[in-house]
Design a protein around this ligand. Structure first.
Ligand SMILES: [Zn+2]
Length: 92
C-alpha cells in the first residue's frame, strides 16, 4: 500500500496522468474556473499530449463561437464589448 499512490502522484507531477483526468480540467480552464496551479498542471501535460492540446483548442473555439453567437443576438453593446475583452484576455 502507498507505492501505487506515490507512483500516481509522480506521474501526475510529470504531466503524464490519464487523459480523461485532464478533460474536466480543460473545461475548467476554458471557463476560467481553474487555479494557476491547475493551469500549470495542465500545461505540463499539453507539452506531451497533442490530443489534449487539440481538445483545449477545440473547447476554446467552441466557447468563442457560442459567446459570439450570444453577442450577435440580444446582448447590449456594452456587455458584448466586455465579453469580447474577456475572450481576448483568456486566449492570450
Ligand atoms: Zn492527454
Amino acid at each position: 500500500m502507498g507505492i501505487k499512490k506515490t507512483f500516481n502522484n509522480l506521474k501526475y507531477r510529470a504531466g503524464m496522468g490519464n487523459c480523461s483526468e485532464y478533460i474536466d480540467l480543460i473545461h475548467d480552464v476554458v471557463d476560467n474556473q481553474s487555479t494557476p496551479a491547475q493551469e500549470e498542471y495542465l500545461r505540463r501535460h499539453l507539452k506531451l499530449c497533442l490530443k489534449c492540446l487539440d481538445e483545449l483548442n477545440l473547447e476554446k473555439e467552441l466557447k468563442k463561437a457560442i459567446q459570439l453567437k450570444l453577442v450577435n443576438q440580444e446582448v447590449p453593446a456594452g456587455l458584448a464589448e466586455s465579453i469580447k475583452n474577456k475572450i481576448q484576455k483568456s486566449s492570450s
